[in-house]
Design a protein around this ligand. Sequence first.
Ligand code: SDX
Length: 438
Amino acid sequence: MSDQANNNEKTFTLTNDETGESCKLPIKTGTHGPSVIDIRKLYAETGHFTFDPSFTATGSCKSRLTFIDGEEGILLHRGYSIEDLAGKSTFLEVAHALLYGDLPNKAEKEDFEKDIRYHTMVNEQVHYFFRGFRRDAHPMSIMCGVVAALSAFYHDSLDIWEPEQRELSAHRLIAKIPTLAAMTYKYSIGQPFMYPRNDLSFSENFLYMCFGVPAEPYVMSPVLADAMDKIFILHADHEQNASTSTVRLAGSSQANPFACVAAGIACLWGPSHGGANQAVLEMLAEIGTKDRIPEFLARAKDKEDPFRLMGFGHRVYKNMDPRAGVLKKAAHDVLEDLGVKDDPLLEMAMELERIALEDPYFVERKLFPNVDFYSGIILKAMGFPTSMFTVLFAVARTVGWISQWKEMMEEPSIKIGRPRQLYTGEPSRPYVPLAKRK
Ligand code: SDX
């Protein structure tokens, strides 16, 4: 077997115990986190694939955007902790950091905010897409459709090989998806769409487009606008999660960025992923009273019961999701600002967290509250229906998706993602004509 790694690289040797054959594979080390074994030449050298169906131990790419230490409950964006960013930055500052590599200076911040504000309106024709949906359509079904349709309106920024066009598409998506999200909400309640206002911040404008009406001035709550911005920051990016991996895989086929983000929205919708925030509220409502918590914890532990404790557990975090900690505090602040005393949902969620974190099943499996456990309580208190929760997640994650897509498109070479498989089907067999089939 030829040595795959050059002489001064660290290597990992795989040996076939049956044949004694071995294969020396390069080990690559990043800034933080586990090193990786580069297996790109494994099949050519050994005739074997690796097997990792849900990618529990597989790195799909190199990335400089986000680092997660699941054991320690650490989340960094471009090296900055999520606690610092959520406490000291705005969502558009974090978006700038994810897109361009660092937090903006004063001039860069003003320019970026102006660029995004410039693109907040959507083509008037887009309004007609909404008319085709029933008013009770799930907002995520509308988002899947209208975001993919955006590519029909922006032929001047679909050349994915032109950096200026990639940047223009990124700005358009970051700016227009909040407008479309607000339109899905307005459409569901039969109110007129509100046009974006460029005198407002990103999060103020979003709240205005959702809760403002043409008939009277909208009174902005600084606390709610701050909470909205914080929620967007906490949901902006999260390494190679399912929806981001979907966006990257779609992008690897050279699909346009609008189609890639629409694919990410479809993946995020699942209750195991971004749909969990809606499922948490539905679960809390189903539990109803604190005395029924033990009954539902028993169901969550029962392998025969498909019920899972929504908002708990994570593929990577085996400690408290740092975002959940920030959201738990924000929930108290928002409810207090709204004059909501002893919110029953928050009381229930906190009791559920307390009991679960004392239960050996959850402790042994390191199942802690994740980002979705408390977000829904805040969003409900802010006036959003549960059906809009995952849409709000998508508004924020669009920044991560398009930043990850941009990072991939800036790689020196892009190969289409194409996993292999372990075939366990029928062996090759002769064709059976219809007359002879049993
Ligand atoms: C998000 O990847 C990301 O980064 C996602 C995200 C992001 O920002 O992009 O963080 C956003 O999607 C957060 C997760 C939201 N989903 C939920 O809250 C749904 C409830 N959670 C579970 O479905 C589950 O925890 C997952 C899907 C999140 C993780 O699934 P895994 O990786 O398959 O879980 P695991 O292998 O770590 O589970 C270990 C054990 C298993 O039991 P055993 O086979 O060992 O007996 O824990 C059990 C699981 O059955 N388990 C749960 C559980 N989560 C895991 N049991 C009950 N309730 C749960 N919530």
